[in-house]
Structures are given as C-alpha cells and as structure tokens.
Design a binder for this molecule. Structure first.
Ligand code: PLP
Length: 388
C-alpha cells in the first residue's frame, strides 16, 4: 500500500476544513417529501428547480444535469463544437474545463490568465487563437467574475461561440447582474465544494430556446418523449431517438435539496463576503500574503478564498500548508493547472507563466457559512505566526 505522508491534527484541536456545506433540517425535510411522494427520478421538482434557478440567474432557460461536467459537455454539443475544432480554455482551472472539449473530439488550447483574477482576458485568448478555433470556454475562477464584455466583443468579431464555465460562481455578479448572462451558454456545479449543493448536480443556462430544447433532449438519451411524460401517461406514447444522447439527468431528490439551497444562496454569499473581509483586515498587517479580491467589474461569492504566498513570507506555499496542518487547519493547494497533468502531456502550451506561478504559490483558506469567529481567528493566528 502506498503511504501518503500526512500531518495528524493535534487531538486537542478540532479540525477546521476548507469547506463544509451549509445543510439543515429543511433539506432533510424536502428530500423526505420526495421519498414519500414515490417519484424519486427526474420529475416535477427538477422542473421547479430549473425555473427557480433560471429566475435567480436571469436566464431564459435552465436545464438541470447530473453535474457541471455533463452540463459543459452538453453546452459544447448544442453550441455545435465538432471533432477537430480548437477550443480556447484556461489551463488554470479544474480539469473538467479542459476535458469537456475532448468529449466532443475537439482540442483544448490552453491559454494563460491574468494574475489579479485568475481569469482569461482578450490578451491571453488572442495568443491561443488558431484557424481551427470555433469556441472559447471562460471560467469565473473560484467565483471571481471574468471580465466578459470585451471577451464577448472579441468572440463576436471572430465568429466564436462563448461558453462560460460558471461552476463556482452562483451568487457572483458582473456589472451588477448575475454572472453567466453574457455567454451563449453557461454551466453550473452543485458539488458540495461549491456554495449551493445537491450532492452532485449541475445546470446549463442559455437564452437560446433551440439550444435549451436540444440540451433537454440530449440529457435523456435524445428520447423524443421525456421520461416524465412517459411515466405520467396511462398509456405511454411510443418514443423515438433522433440522435445519440446521454443519461445526464438530475433526480427529484437532488432538485428538492437544490430548491432549499437556492433559497439560502444569498445568505451564504453575504456570510462568505463578511468572513473574507475579516481575513482581509487581518492579512493587511502580514507581509507576503496577497488575498484575492473583487475585481472592478463585479463581486465574487468567494467560492475559493485563495491567497498568494509571496517570497517575503517566511514559508513557501508547501511550508505554510504543513504549518497549518500541524495546527489542525486543512487549507488546500490553489487551483490546478491542467497543462501540467499527464492527461494533457500531448498538448503543447507554449508557456503559461501566470498559470505556473499561481498554481505553485496559491493556497485556499478555510471558508464556510458556519465558520465561527473563534475558528477563523485560529486560522488568522496561524498565518500571523508562521514560525511557531
Ligand atoms: C467544480 C468545477 C467543475 C466540475 O463540476 P462538477 O459538478 O463536479 O462536474 C468544472 N469547472 C470548474 C471551474 C469547477 O470548479
């Protein structure tokens, strides 16, 4: 058996995790009602969750899926991205962003990000543009809104489809409105590492009615009649399959939980922003730790509150992670870089200096709704006393 070197938390200190979902009796009750109803697969709760999410995000259409990864796959299919196309993606993202183009036989082309936001810009995208490029996937990394307007303009002038991987960003805003609205199609995650959770789950949003309809069909085997329609009919209509589809459905158990969680989203964002402000005030007097902040063009839900460990800090990133671990604090390495992974060893990246720097030097701080002032102070004290 491989042994992974680990740091055991001192027995006297309760462990502080990087994230904890904010769940309660209401979620349990909502799921119990679904169980009692006897309809546990995709059905009326999923439809209600889609409608509520679309309203919250000011999107014309929302299609619930089994995850953000499957929503991204459907987004590329409905956007017409084909085998052999090039799709510009940031390497500085969870691996699913790069995997999605691969699922349709397209090639991810890795582009760099700007240091302040960890997001792509027109300048970084321009360096990756090829004659085969048909689409761009932008990410609101860690919840920080991407500066979409100039990218939208650039995509339009090059005839490129614009897909937003908003996995982390429910509750973040861009120019006063929910993120995700300016893209052709956006994808969302409800994994417990994000704010709003359904255990696993995702959503696709778009203002394009035809794309939404196709995504809806593709997520259930490209069946001509939906499963919900078939099962509610006394005599089920015959189904037909016009193309090859998938099973990317969300269940009503998940959707019922999602509806409750969506009702709590604004409170979650407010609490996270309050906690981040407290980190910011404390870190102002600690040299060498640079905390991520809201860009001028929007507000973050701070899904990931990352800091960059600069050379003037006494420890490097790995040293700081270990130091925190010894004190029972489970921080995390920052966002990964897909181009450094063996799965993408075949993709030439042409140098991504900001991505390399951020992925090496950043660390994600514990941040969750129920984080107590005392526990947050423990994290702050640990950051302020790196030698102890
Ligand atoms: C979490 C995440 C995903 C994947 O979401 P799942 O719902 O787990 O499939 C994709 N992209 C980004 C940027 C993410 O952070």
């Amino acid at each position: 058996m491989n042994t992974v070197p680990s740091v055991a938390a001192p027995a006297t200190l309760e462990r502080i995790n990087v994230m904890k979902p904010w769940l309660g009796e209401e979620e349990a009750q909502a799921i119990a009602e679904v169980v009692a109803s006897g309809w546990v697969a995709q059905g009326p709760r999923t439809a209600a969750f889609e409608a509520a999410f679309a309203k919250h995000q000011m999107a014309a259409h929302a299609v619930a899926t089994s995850s953000c990864t499957t929503a991204l796959h459907l987004a590329l299919l409905v956007a017409g991205v084909k085998a052999g196309d090039d799709v510009l993606v940031p390497s500085f993202s969870f691996i699913a962003t790069a995997n999605a183009p691969t699922y349709v036989g397209a090639h991810p082309v890795f582009v760099d990000v700007e240091p302040g936001t960890g997001n792509v810009t027109v300048e970084t995208l321009e360096r990756g543009l090829t004659v085969a490029t048909t689409a761009v996937i932008v990410v609101d990394q860690g919840g920080i809104p991407v500066d979409l307007s100039p990218i939208r303009h650039w995509c339009d002038s090059h005839g490129l489809k614009l897909i937003e991987d908003a996995a982390c960003a429910a509750g973040s805003t861009y120019r006063g409105e929910p993120v995700g609205r300016g893209a052709d199609v956006s994808a969302w995650s409800f994994h417990p590492r994000k704010l709003l959770t359904t255990g696993e789950g995702g959503m696709l949003t778009t203002n394009n009615e035809a794309w939404a309809a196709r995504a809806r069909t593709l997520r259930e085997h490209a069946m001509g009649v939906s499963a919900a329609e078939r099962h509610s009919a006394l005599v089920a209509p015959a189904e037909s399959y016009a193309e090859i589809g998938y099973n990317y459905r969300m269940t009503d158990l998940q959707a019922a939980m999602g509806l409750v969680q969506l009702g709590k989203l604004d409170a979650m964002v407010a609490r996270r922003r309050e906690l981040v402000q407290r980190y910011r005030d404390a870190l102002e007097v600690i040299a060498g730790l640079e905390l991520v902040r809201d860009p001028e063009h929007g507000t973050s839900n701070f899904q990931s509150c990352w800091l960059e460990v600069l050379p003037e800090y006494p420890l490097d990133r790995e040293g700081l992670l270990e130091h925190l671990g010894r004190l029972g604090i489970s921080a995390r390495r920052g966002i990964m870089a897909a181009h450094q992974q063996p799965a993408y060893a075949h993709v030439a990246s042409g140098g991504l200096p900001v991505t390399d720097r951020l992925t090496r030097n950043t660390l994600i701080l514990p941040l969750y709704h129920q984080l107590s002032d005392t526990d947050q102070q423990r994290v702050i004290d640990a950051l302020a006393n790196p030698k102890e």
